[in-house]
Design a protein around this ligand. Structure first.
Ligand code: ARG
Length: 460
């Protein structure tokens, strides 16, 4: 017997392997809620349009609601022979309510149906992702406030550059995530456009009311062009692009946490509950969570490329290729939510080791720029000051002294304009406090940035 949904023109049943090969139900069944939501809106609209009677609509809605309960209770039997989530649910409806079930698909195609389902699904997931980004940012604000006065070396080229406050560093992470939040918010606008009503590709001959389905489903607008509506997957690519940037940010945080938890840096303690041990080396405590997040960036970048390649050169309108959009998209969603959750849980638990951060900042001549700026304030051109301080650093390397540890007499051998007040700028506290402007590392600037961050999160 041929397929019950489309077998009319076929003379033999689908080859058993081909049926399995072309089926998507194993991975698209996760959109069952959105599929039913779309069908409810479609049936409601068909009634308003005079295509279905109110009795027919009520039977359909009742049947769909029972199917949802069956699925959620684990009673629903998914069938590979019925290909995908859409035909599984439609067949179940007809089994439940009889011939009226066969009317649900009037004026609709799986092409506009699936595009609608994915958008509804992704919209819900973006909303969860946005909440999780905010939770992570909230954690960063709390920690940054706590660490506003903690001094650590800031790096360029991973070499000690200038002292910064740990709170300032954490607020840099906060800024990256603010841009991610905006990117997902912006992507959501293009996700929230309704393909339903495009039917297979050209629209439908029934007097459909797309404004009604649009409103029922909470879309911002119906898609303007039926050919584009069923074939557009830009929104999924955009989502994967925004996800890739977010993952890239998390790899940067991860890399720093891995370095900082090493014995060589020892800046941070990661509580045991976020770490694992070694089966051979008894002393080991490994920063698995940041490492795994760093590693998971690979699959997310890969999914972005899968989707770009999937869509490349596709002629209008729907092609079966598009069934391949789901697994990369779903795995991106799952991976992102996992990584965000791990980070949002972990960040508030990070413990700074202030003595080691401080010692590292002292070890690397991190206040050299401050000494040069001091000489400039005494009237020396910056380039000359650079040279003078360079010489004093060379002296420090030879004698094992940081700039702040040299005596006034020693410093004066490099420039006789240096006076007693130089030590105010050579201390770590003096150095960070002096960078006291919007965006600078001074502790009171960090506290101000945290306050602005709190305001920003409140407005979401
Ligand atoms: N399972 C299909 C997909 O995910 C649904 C649309 C199928 N449409 C078709 N004309 N074969 O893309």
């Amino acid at each position: 017997k041929t397929n019950q949904q489309w077998g009319g023109r076929f003379n033999e049943p689908t080859d058993a392997f081909v049926a399995r090969f072309t089926a998507s139900v194993e991975f698209d069944q996760r959109m069952y809620r959105q599929d039913i939501q779309g069908s409810v809106a479609h049936a409601t609209m068909l009634t308003e349009a005079g295509v279905l009677t109110t009795d027919e609509r009520d039977m359909i809605l009742q049947g769909l609601s029972e199917i949802q309960q069956d699925i959620e209770a684990g009673r629903f039997e998914w069938s590979i022979a019925l290909e995908d989530v859409h035909m599984n649910i439609e067949a179940a409806l007809t089994n439940k309510i009889g011939n009226t079930g066969k009317k649900l698909h009037t004026g609709r195609s799986r092409n506009d149906q699936v595009a609608t389902d994915i958008r509804l699904y992704l919209r819900d997931e973006i909303d969860l992702i946005l909440l999780e980004i905010t939770r992570l940012q909230q954690g960063l604000l709390g920690l940054a406030e706590q660490e506003a006065d903690t001094i650590m070396p800031g790096f360029t080229h991973l070499q000690t550059a200038q002292p910064v406050t740990f709170g300032h560093h954490l607020m840099a992470w906060f800024e990256m995530l603010s841009r991610d939040y905006e990117r997902f918010t912006d992507t959501r606008k293009r996700v929230n456009i309704m393909p339903l009503g495009a039917a297979a590709l050209a629209g439908t001959t029934y007097p459909i009311r797309r404004d009604i389905t649009c409103q029922l489903l909470g879309f911002d607008a119906p898609a303007e062009n039926s050919l584009d509506a069923v074939s557009d997957r830009d929104f999924a690519i955009e989502f994967c692009a925004a996800s890739s940037v977010l993952m890239m940010h998390m790899t940067r945080m991860s890399e720093e946490l891995v370095l900082w938890t090493s014995a060589q840096f020892n800046f941070i303690n990661l509580p045991d509950r976020f770490c694992t041990g070694s089966s051979i080396m008894p002393q080991k405590k490994n920063p698995d969570v940041p490492e795994l997040v760093r590693g998971k960036s690979g699959r997310v970048y890969g999914h972005l490329f899968s989707l770009l390649t999937l869509m490349k050169s596709q002629p209008l309108a729907y092609n079966k290729d598009n069934q391949e959009d789901k697994e990369p998209l779903f795995d991106t969603i799952d991976t992102l939510k996992g990584c965000l959750r791990a980070y949002a849980d972990m960040v508030p638990a990070l413990e700074s080791r202030k003595e080691y951060m401080r010692e590292a900042a002292l070890r690397g001549f991190s206040t050299a720029t401050d000494l040069a700026d001091y000489l400039v304030r005494q009237g020396m051109p910056f380039r000359d000051a650079h040279e003078v301080v360079g010489k004093s650093v060379a002296y420090g390397i030879n004698t094992g002294k940081d700039l702040g540890e040299m005596s006034l007499a020693e410093l004066q051998t490099f420039s006789d304009t240096i006076a007693d007040d130089v030590f105010e700028v050579l201390t770590l506290e003096g150095s960070v406090a002096a960078r006291n402007h919007l965006g600078g590392t001074a502790p009171n600037q960090v506290r101000a940035a945290v306050a602005r961050g709190q305001e920003k999160l409140k407005q979401r």
